[in-house]
Write a protein that binds this ligand. Structure first.
Ligand SMILES: Nc1ncnc2c1ncn2[C@@H]1O[C@H](COP(=O)(O)OP(=O)(O)OP(=O)(O)O)[C@@H](O)[C@H]1O
Length: 296
């Protein structure tokens, strides 16, 4: 039974007021014979601090109470251990929790404490950074960086920035070498996908499995403006492969280069990072135990 629980809480995620959350969760748990402890992220060295905390305290499960960045942080701290990760989705996108079929409603997500299925999923390392969900280079990484450095949140701000950037965007040329094939050419966007769906419900990698020991590199090649709406439609209707401008490389290992460039902007689980090239991507099969609803 999962008795001793830690909730890692991001006070700022999703612009959601969490002032009563601790009391509600603590009461919910104590009424059911569970003990809830809380850990607040600060935005500074959170991974090192959380890892140290977990070395000195024993929990039966740890919940990430925040958005994709918080889930990724807790996942990085738990990967390779036996302690399962639960998610209380409290971000703006909540991509990984949606991909895993985790209820988006608080009481239902907490219900997993006593009625759950534990599934070990693969995780990725992109350069030296842990990745549980999706990473990308190119257009989306640029938009995410602009979004994170701006002061308006929410889907409206993302779309506004995307439209502004799209007009002048110059796709880079990539050289991608996997354990199976090599791709060389320009791309609008290169997504390294363990999972299927962005928090915005864009399905970049349909029908992929989170525990098959493989990941996908999903490429959108440069396209004329007249094709943009069609590609967007395909992304929202799980038809990524239907376009002449899309391509997927399935692999266990990959090296990503941008010839002539020493660094690139890479978005990893929602965080924009400047990375030294080439970027190596590796997979750690079934390295993260997740608390999931029984049917998923
Ligand atoms: N106490 C804090 N103060 C300021 N920033 C914080 C704090 N705790 C965490 N952060 C920052 O919050 C970001 C992660 O936010 P998270 O992804 O959980 O929420 P979100 O961005 O609102 O949701 P989503 O990723 O689902 O869109 C990280 O950049 C992290 O450094």
């Amino acid at each position: 039974m999962l008795r001793h629980l830690l909730f890692v809480l991001n006070p700022i995620s999703g612009d959601i007021d969490k002032s009563s959350l601790e009391d509600e969760v603590a009461l919910f748990c104590s009424e059911r014979g569970r003990e809830a402890k809380f850990y607040h992220t600060t935005g500074e060295d959170d991974l090192e601090k959380l890892q140290q905390h977990l070395q000195h305290h024993r929990y039966d499960a740890v919940f990430a109470a925040g958005g994709d960045g918080t889930v990724s942080l807790v996942a990085a701290a738990l990967a390779g251990t036996q302690v399962p990760l639960g998610i209380l989705p409290l971000g703006s996108g909540n991509g990984l929790s949606k991909d895993l079929g985790i209820p988006q409603e608080q009481a239902e997500a907490l219900h997993l404490l006593w009625d759950h299925h534990i599934r070990a999923i693969d995780t990725l390392r992109v350069g030296t950074t842990f990745c549980a969900h999706l990473a990308d280079l190119g257009f989306n990484a640029l938009v995410v960086e602009r979004f994170c450095s701006g002061d308006t949140r929410g889907p409206g701000a993302y779309v506004r920035i995307a439209l502004q950037e799209y007009l002048n965007y110059e796709p880079a040329t990539y050289r991608i070498v996997t354990d199976r094939e090599t791709f060389e050419g320009p791309a609008f966007m290169v997504t390294v996908a363990n999972a299927n769906t962005f928090g915005s419900n864009v399905v970049i990698n349909p029908d992929s499995q989170l525990d098959d020991g493989e990941f996908e590199i999903c490429l959108i090649e440069p396209f004329p403006g007249t094709a943009a709406l069609g590609i967007l439609y395909q992304l929202y209707t799980e038809n990524f492969d239907e376009s002449v401008y899309t391509k997927r490389l399935r692999c266990r290992r990959a090296t990503l280069e941008v010839p002539g460039q020493k660094e690139a902007l890479v978005q990893v689980d929602g965080e924009p990072l400047q990375m030294t090239l080439p970027v190596e991507v590796t997979i750690q099969p079934r390295s993260l135990r997740m608390l999931l609803p029984r049917q998923s």
